[in-house]
Design a protein around this ligand. Structure first.
Ligand code: ATP
Ligand code: MG
Length: 457
């Protein structure tokens, strides 16, 4: 195997010398950079297995380097070093996805320990990625923030058991990906994975969807049909939006979970099924229980292993990685060259609070890709698209005390035009006619409001 390649960035020559000597002895391929410029050009040219990054550099500092490369989608593991080891810098660095933080003077032993932990972690990650590739899963759960790592650990543990799992989290947090990860991490990975969205199926049909039916059991049931439980036998059944399940079905589901047997609608025999149930909801079930909409006994039965998916604003450290991932995907989907987020744009994205969580970030990045012509998404591009004052519709979202009416009107106008453009996939002519404006007038408005448009084909 090739030696691991490390790039050390520090402006102090003797630190570069000491550290590279220590690492070469341990069979690392070492390169050094004395400032941000050299570091960035080396990072652009070759790929490294780890980056050792000093915080205090002349010109561009280490944190900005970290932001910049993350914005460009480079996810090289980073260990941050600082002589001025304030806790804020450490936090800032780990927030941006640094793996470790070393205080100067740096002992060789401490450094090697940190590196070996990092490589163990990477190896585990690669094995997981390999497993995902082999099992054919599309995208995994991205994110290296502390809450995300913790969640992954819990998923791994929970996956091995056979007990039901309840995934709770706000909309767009990734519950569906978590359910998939549980299936793929379990002994049932080779078995079927079936899914039912309890909110999307009319109440009268849920029973037949879940348990199947015999021919002639109700109007329209012309032939026998197997339900999700039977189809999932030997595998996993994902019950999405379980909080929306009608009360009568809740009772039946509870019985199946207790007995492991189902009965088709209109049938008379009990069928044994071997199914692991994973349920998800974005409702606060304790409240649903209190108000009589959800059965407490079903909750207890499902909640043997509770998994909480934190909202995105509690793990902003994941934003650079997620944004870069969505950037690549949006560029591919829209036949655009891959663009990069500027440091300023990324900082803005990190500062927003995402009531719609990861899905909202994904939509936002896609809009940015579509509406930004250049190969860099600038801070002003992001500012023009970010929902104003916490989003929401209605004038309340735009009102800020002390702000001139004219400026607030501009905010409203900007938001409306951006939405219209989005609706017409960035097509200015169509948007103008939709809004009953002359095309040139719309252009003028867009320019005045700082809205950039996608190049029309
Ligand atoms: N950690 C993550 N890494 C990569 N993509 C993610 C991650 N979390 C969420 N996504 C993406 O965000 C979108 C929303 O995720 P998902 O559908 O799993 O959310 P959800 O919690 O089920 O939302 P809802 O409650 O609205 O059903 C999906 O496109 C998903 O691929
Ligand atoms: Mg979902």
């Amino acid at each position: 195997m090739a030696n691991p390649a490390v790039l050390i960035v520090d402006d102090e020559k003797n630190i570069l010398a000491t550290l590279s000597r220590a690492l070469r002895v341990e069979d690392f391929d070492v390169e050094v950079a004395g400032n941000a410029e050299i570091a960035l050009s080396k990072l652009a040219k070759s790929s490294f297995d780890v980056l050792l990054l000093d915080v205090m550099l002349p010109g561009m500092d280490g944190i900005s380097i970290l932001r910049k490369i993350r914005g460009e989608g480079n996810d090289v593991p980073v260990i941050v070093m600082s002589g001025h080891g304030t806790i804020e810098t450490a936090l800032e660095a780990t927030r941006l996805g640094a793996h470790d933080f070393l205080e100067k003077p740096i002992g060789t032993e401490r450094l090697l320990h940190s590196l070996s932990r990092l490589f163990d972690f990477r190896k585990l990650q690669e094995e997981n990625a390999e497993l995902r590739r082999r099992t054919g899963s599309a995208d995994g759960l991205l994110g290296e923030s502390a809450p995300m790592r913790e969640l992954r650990e819990r998923i791994e543990l929970a996956a091995r058991a056979n007990a039901p799992i309840l995934i709770q989290g706000a909309r767009g947090t990734g519950k569906e990906l978590v359910a998939r990860a549980i299936h793929e991490g379990s002994k049932r990975a080779q078995g079927p994975y079936e899914k039912l969205n309890c909110a999307a199926v009319p109440a009268e049909l849920i029973e037949s969807e879940l348990f199947g039916h015999e021919a002639g059991s109700f109007t329209g049931a012309t032939r026998q049909r197997r339900g999700k439980f039977e189809r999932a036998s030997g595998g996993t059944l994902f019950l999405d939006e379980v909080g929306d399940m009608p009360a009568a079905m809740q009772a039946k589901l509870l019985r199946v979970l207790q007995e492991g047997e189902i009965e088709r609608v209109g049938g008379s025999e009990l069928l044994h099924v071997d199914v692991r149930v994973v349920a998800a909801t974005n409702k606060a079930l304790p409240k649903e229980i209190e108000e009589g909409r959800f059965r407490a006994d079903l909750f207890d039965r499902l909640n043997v292993v509770p998994l909480r998916v934190p909202p995105l604003r509690e793990r902003i450290g994941d934003i650079p990685i997620l944004a870069a991932h969505f950037l690549t995907r949006a560029a591919e989907n829209n036949d655009r060259p891959k663009s990069a987020l500027s440091v300023g744009a990324l900082r803005l994205l990190e500062g927003y609070d995402y009531p719609g969580n990861v899905r909202e970030l994904q939509n936002l990045v896609e809009r940015l890709v579509i509406l930004t012509p250049g190969d860099e998404i600038r801070e002003s591009d992001a500012r023009a698209l970010l929902p104003i004052a916490g989003g929401g519709s209605g004038g309340a979202a735009f009102y800020r005390p002390g702000r001139p009416l004219r400026e607030m009107m501009e905010d409203v106008e900007r938001e409306l035009i951006v939405r219209a453009l989005e609706h017409h996939a960035g097509h200015v002519t169509k948007t103008a006619s939709d809004l009953s404006l002359e095309r040139s007038h719309l252009y003028k408005k867009m320019k005045a409001l700082g809205i950039r448009q996608k190049a029309e084909k």
